[in-house]
Structures are given as structure tokens and as C-alpha cells.
Write a protein that binds this ligand. Structure first.
Ligand SMILES: [Zn+2]
Ligand SMILES: [Zn+2]
Length: 307
């Protein structure tokens, strides 16, 4: 087992690479069958320069493979074996998008069983279905507590050279863009949601653990409330003090983030033990995504859009 600081750096690097607004949109498009530059451009609405940079980054990290096409100067971007491992995260992002935006996703057919595909998450240890309330975020074996880990994760994220991106992407989002990409793709919103999952609920605790400016925290909490992902509850009148809790909708982010985390750590050869526990069976969480109808594990080539 590697040192906790190494694991946190790995998670921070992985989140930097995947959990940003542009990359989440590109991956969604790729799983929907886009593989040419122009298709990504049309599907995601990202500028040419940003798309070029992100596709290069995904190629460098062996998530997409750039291969020649029938046109001499154009390329196809297809998933590598490692990239295909993001299918589950992508399927969960799709369901999260539907829940958060209130718009039904384009239906997918699981060709193996012939039915419309709906994702079901089960625990690999006890095989029972995973519910948001049964996933406990806690520290088990690093000898540091989870809040310290959160604090270090924040530090690892901000010390990454790559994360000198504009931090207010969620606040500048345009209508029609993916809610998930805007919220999870925003560094601060993501950290605030992770903090919530770790049971942080008070304004001052967020300030302390995330090293965040009060105005930035205020803006993010307001945004998350507008999206109905967190709820505010007053616990003191004078001066007014509030508790912030994830709403039912907000809690759904937990399984998507734990899936990303599982993928990041698996790529680094790390086990996924620590921090996440399936409460009913008491084992560290290893989630498995299956088709709700037939129980089969879906492959990308077994899912097709129902026209
Ligand atoms: Zn279990
Ligand atoms: Zn099926």
C-alpha cells in the first residue's frame, strides 16, 4: 500500500484530468458514438482550441487512442482499454444528468437482453443493490481522519500546475449545457460535495477544511441550492447560522464520484479499500454496475440508442 499522500495525489491528478467540465462532456459524447473532431465539436459546443487540447490530453493519458481515418489529415478518437473503463462512470453521469436537469436522457437499449438499459449498482461483496444512504464515506486504514484527507485533497488539487484553470466555470455556465459537467467539473463544487459526503455541514467547517474564500464558498453554496442539490437549515438565530445538507438529488453524486475514484485508483494499481464502506455488509465499497433488467455487465458495444 502506498503512502496516503501518494494516493491523494493520484486522486487529485485523476480528478484534474477527468472531472472538469470539458472532459466530462467529451467523454459523454465519445460514449454516444462520437469519434471525429467535428462530431465532438458539434456535440459538445466546446471551442476548437479547447477541444484540441483536451483530446490531446486524453490521448496522452491513454484514455482515447488517435488513429488514422479514411481522410489523410483527419483522425478518429476511439477508447483505449483503459478509457472503456470509464463506461460505468459515464452511464452514472447520464443518470445523474437526468435527475439533476429533470430532462429524460435519450433511451439506451441493452442489446444483450433487448430491453431499455437502466443502470443498477450492486456491491461486489454482498451482491445487494447499492442505495445512496448505504454508502458511508469514512477513513479506515490510513491512520488519518477523513477531514484531514479532504484538506490534503484540496491542497493536492490546488498544487497541481494544471489546475490553474478558471475556477468559476460553474458560475458562467450557459443554458443547455450539462448540469453534471458544470457542477462536478467545477473544482469547488466538487470539493464541497465531497465534504458533504464526509458529513461536513457548517459554513465555518467548509472554510477551514477547504481553504476557500468566504465569498467563493457563499457563491458555490448558493449555486448548489439553486440546483436543489443542497438544503439549508438554520441552527442558530443570533447571529444566524446554518447547516447545509445534501438533498436526495445531491446525494446521488456520491456513487458517480465513488465510481470515478474507483477507476482512478484501479489505473494506478491501487486497491479501492479505505474511505468508502458499504454499511449493510461492512465491506469497503467496490461497486459493480449491471443492467437492471438482465443483471448483465454492459459493454460499450452492447448499448445502442433507441431511435
Ligand atoms: Zn455489500
Ligand atoms: Zn440487460
Amino acid at each position: 500500500m502506498k503512502a496516503p499522500s501518494h494516493i491523494l495525489q493520484t486522486i487529485a491528478d485523476g480528478l484534474d484530468l477527468i472531472a472538469n467540465r470539458w472532459t466530462l462532456s467529451i467523454l459523454q459524447a465519445a460514449f454516444q458514438g462520437c469519434c471525429r473532431f467535428d462530431e465532438f465539436l458539434k456535440h459538445t459546443g466546446i471551442s476548437r482550441a479547447t477541444l484540441t487540447r483536451r483530446l490531446e490530453e486524453l490521448t496522452e493519458h491513454n484514455i482515447l487512442v488517435k488513429t488514422p481515418s479514411d481522410h489523410p489529415r483527419r483522425f478518429l478518437y476511439i477508447f483505449s482499454e483503459r478509457g472503456l473503463g470509464l463506461l460505468n462512470a459515464s452511464l452514472l453521469a447520464r443518470e445523474l444528468e437526468a435527475a439533476w436537469s429533470g430532462e429524460a436522457p435519450r433511451p439506451l437499449k441493452h442489446t444483450t437482453c433487448g430491453h431499455e438499459f437502466r443502470a443498477k449498482l450492486i456491491c461486489e461483496h454482498c451482491n445487494s443493490e447499492l442505495h445512496d444512504k448505504d454508502i458511508t464515506w469514512q477513513q479506515r486504514d490510513h491512520g488519518i481522519d477523513e477531514l484531514q484527507e479532504l484538506n490534503q485533497l484540496q491542497a493536492a488539487l490546488s498544487s497541481n500546475g494544471k489546475s490553474k484553470r478558471p475556477r468559476d466555470s460553474a458560475l458562467n455556465s450557459k443554458k443547455g449545457q450539462s448540469v453534471v459537467a458544470n457542477i462536478i467539473g467545477d473544482r469547488w463544487c466538487l470539493l464541497i460535495i465531497i465534504a458533504h459526503l464526509l458529513k461536513v455541514s457548517r459554513f465555518d467547517d467548509f472554510l477551514k477544511l477547504l481553504n476557500i474564500a468566504p465569498s467563493t464558498l457563499n457563491a458555490r453554496l448558493k449555486l448548489l441550492q439553486e440546483q436543489e442539490l443542497i438544503e439549508k437549515e438554520q441552527y442558530q438565530e443570533n447571529p444566524p447560522r446554518y447547516n447545509y445538507q445534501l438533498s436526495k438529488k445531491g446525494q446521488m453524486a456520491g456513487r458517480f464520484i465513488s465510481e470515478l475514484r474507483q477507476w482512478i485508483l484501479a489505473g494506478d494499481g491501487e486497491s479501492v479499500s479505505s474511505q468508502l464502506v458499504h454499511t449493510p455488509c461492512g465491506n469497503s465499497l467496490k461497486q459493480k454496475l449491471v443492467c437492471e433488467c438482465c443483471g448483465g455487465v454492459p459493454r460499450a458495444d452492447e448499448l445502442s440508442s433507441i431511435k
